[in-house]
Design a protein around this ligand. Structure first.
Ligand code: SF4
Length: 72
């Protein structure tokens, strides 16, 4: 496990998305500072590039990420 390589430029990690700080904090610990390769934003970024990651895609929206990258 390692910090996500997208930390610096990620709007979720930099608190530009969530209005629920407690939930965001849990997700940061789980994904951003843990298993980043499972994060929905990370998955879409890897497949389609960072410009194609929706502004409202949260780390736990893996199903939506699969649809976006055409895997579902
Ligand atoms: S794990 Fe996901 S939400 Fe967290 S910094 Fe990386 S891309 Fe952003």
């Amino acid at each position: 496990m390692a910090d996500c390589k997208n930390l610096a430029g990620c709007p979720f990690f930099n608190d530009k998305m969530s209005e629920k700080p407690a939930l965001a904090s849990m997700m940061k610990k789980r994904y951003c500072l843990g298993e980043s390769t499972l994060c929905a934003r990370y998955i879409v970024c890897e497949a389609l590039g960072k410009d194609n990651v929706p502004g409202n895609l949260f780390p736990n929206m893996q199903d939506k990420a699969q649809v976006l990258i055409g895997a579902k």
